[in-house]
Ligand binder design. Structure first.
Ligand code: PDD
Length: 281
């Protein structure tokens, strides 16, 4: 368990960290979040995470202004206090506290929650693993580009995956793949690499954005276009991306093995390129 959390303006004992019962984050999921990886004491893709945090806050009109350097200082203090060499930073901003009513007051003080947790990562190397997945109906709202804690459909699908001993659920909407419950999904067919376009139907993943830059250095043909459930199952290789999962090969979907249940060569190459870029900064 982490020892410290940062709540509003203070570092406090993690066990004593508490939120008001009328915090709108609790009552309405009126709240946004980010999950940032720390690998060997370095932040991964921090700039993109803070850009997306600003975007989510703006989209929901949550008036939380922050300075990147000050936030970074808080992160570093927490990493040191909690001894998080490898793990994640969890950051959440809620609209604040108000008597319970759907309509919010303009001048609420947002609640800021930050803590770190240790985590082991699945990186290329001798223990690099492919994962099993299931498909599940995408039951979510229409603004998935905003990183809110409104995650109940994701939780339901993820727990269905857990029940089936799978790592992730791939969400399907009208016969097409959107993304995973907490990841973006990619398929490879011959030299083509396909992923859902970054519109309001998916979260524009930070790992996705970084990988797009890496792909430019390869001869792969990138297609940002939605693909069908059938294309998913018939792909040569499939993988997912997220902060925390980096690039993780998918070797089984429902009962269908992908690439004979083995990690594909292109996936492995991309995973190596991405993890190298994380380690070298
Ligand atoms: N989830 N899509 C969804 C729905 C997500 O929740 C996430 C991340 C991603 C990948 O985004 P990124 O590459 O920026 O992590 C895609 C985080 C890790 C979580 O909720 O724990």
């Amino acid at each position: 368990m982490p020892r410290f959390a940062f709540i509003n303006k203070k570092y406090i004992d993690f066990k004593q960290a508490k939120i008001h019962v009328e915090d709108r984050g609790l009552q309405f999921a009126d709240s946004v979040y980010e999950v940032i990886v720390i690998l060997n004491n370095n932040f991964i893709d921090l700039k993109f995470h803070l850009q997306r945090l600003r975007y989510s806050l703006n989209q929901l009109d949550i008036k939380f202004k922050f300075n990147d350097n000050l936030l970074k200082k808080i992160f570093i203090n927490l990493i040191n206090k909690n001894k998080t060499t490898n793990g994640i930073i969890y950051l959440q901003v809620t609209r604040g506290i108000q008597y319970r009513e759907h309509k919010y007051n303009k001048n609420l003080s947002p609640t800021l929650i930050i803590y770190t947790r240790n985590k082991k990562f699945n990186l290329p190397g001798k223990n690099f693993a492919g994962v099993n997945t299931i498909t599940y109906e995408d039951l979510r709202w229409k603004r998935r580009d905003i990183k809110t804690v409104n995650l109940l459909p994701n939780v339901i699908a993820a727990n269905k995956a857990k029940k089936m001993k799978a790592y992730e659920a791939i969400l399907i909407q009208n016969g097409k793949v959107t993304e995973g419950t907490s990841s973006n999904i990619w398929i490879i067919k011959k030299n083509n690499l396909m992923t859902h376009p970054a519109n309001t139907d998916i979260l524009k993943g930070v790992t996705r954005t970084s990988l797009l830059n890496i792909i430019k250095k390869t001869s792969l043909n990138l297609i940002e276009k939605s693909f069908t459930h059938k294309q998913l199952l018939n792909a040569d290789e499939v993988f997912l991306t997220s902060s925390g999962s980096f690039i993780t090969p998918i070797i089984k979907i429902d009962n269908k093995k992908i690439n004979n249940g083995k990690i594909g060569n292109i996936t492995l190459k991309l995973a190596e390129m991405y993890s190298k870029s994380c380690i070298n900064g």
